[in-house]
Design a protein around this ligand. Structure first.
Ligand code: GDP
Ligand code: ZN
Length: 279
């Protein structure tokens, strides 16, 4: 581990975006005192970020650079899953082009077949869902395999079993999430930025991720949202009006699809809420 300063030139070049974030690949010059200077930040493949208002307009705050995967963890019960929150999160990760893995934990509380039907809308849309129980040691190896060799961000509401899952994968790893909780408690529900990557013995890294509430969709235009709902993006071109809001216009292909059951009413509800800026 080398503590580094940023070369002043980099600060001049990137004024509207985080210069170097966790997960960035950098070129460092090592100094005699054991510290270093970041000379160059390599272009990012993708980034998990949020737009923050700033004096100069917008600032792109990069929370995690080059993530390979985001694990969205929910419990089948205790607490019951918030699909609205899941939908919101899927939109954010679609927009930021980060592959998602949905983790449905605590399947011991409802049984596998109930768990599978709870998440069937999502598997139907092509999202990958892994079913786990820390209590009964189900699905842990599979989850471990799916994150090995990758930079994975873990997120999800508190109490769903994130720390328990990570501890089961590798003892001590769950502290990542425990830490995050503490930081959030101290700072209130505000910004928690990813500070560190934790190494998996099997290869790869795990990062904590800010709570979903602190992520805003405010920079998403209503029309843009269609593209982030896989079941809607191809439908909207069949609407009678090109500027259809899919709510009350005649000849709306989306409403028709909801009525005939090809689009789920819950997902439609999420869409309408997100469009109204109400996550
Ligand atoms: P986090 O807030 O998401 O990190 O959740 P924790 O890992 O702290 O877990 C919250 C509670 O759920 C704890 O009491 C765990 O023992 C319990 N828990 C975690 N995983 C499971 C599971 O698979 N089944 C059941 N029944 N309880 C679990
Ligand atoms: Zn429409």
């Amino acid at each position: 581990m080398i503590t580094c300063q940023l070369r002043g030139r980099l600060k001049q070049e990137r004024q509207n975006e985080t210069i170097a974030a966790v997960g960035d690949h950098v070129i460092v010059t090592a100094l005699n005192d054991g510290s270093g200077v970041i000379e160059e930040v390599m272009p990012r493949e993708n980034a998990f970020f949020r737009m923050a208002p700033s004096a100069r307009g917008e600032f792109k705050q990069v929370l995690l650079a080059n993530p390979d995967l985001v694990c969205l963890v929910f419990a089948c019960d205790h607490p019951a899953p918030s699909f609205r929150m899941l939908d919101r999160f899927l939109v954010i990760t679609e927009k930021q082009q980060i592959p998602q893995l949905i983790v449905a934990n605590k399947i011991d509380l409802v049984g596998r077949s109930t768990a599978e039907s709870m998440f069937s809308i999502y598997t139907g849309l092509g999202y990958q869902v892994v079913y786990t129980s820390v209590k009964e040691a189900i699905g842990i190896e599979r989850l471990h395999d799916l994150i090995s060799g990758k930079i994975t961000a873990f997120s999800g509401p508190s109490g769903v079993g994130k720390s328990s899952l990570l501890n089961q994968i590798q003892p001590g790893l769950g502290l990542v999430i425990g830490d995050l909780k503490e930081t959030q408690a101290r700072k209130g529900k505000h910004t928690t930025v990813v500070r560190e990557l934790f190494e998996l013995k099997s290869g790869g890294f795990v990062a904590d991720m800010p709570g979903l509430r602190s992520l805003s969709l405010w920079d998403t235009e209503p029309e843009e949202l269609d593209a982030y709902f896989p079941e809607l993006c191809d439908l909207v071109s069949d609407c009678q009006f090109s500027n259809c809001s899919h709510q009350s216009e005649p000849g709306c292909a989306v409403k028709r699809a909801v009525e005939n059951g090809t689009v789920s009413p819950e997902r439609y509800e999420s869409y309408i809420r997100l469009r109204a800026g109400d996550g």
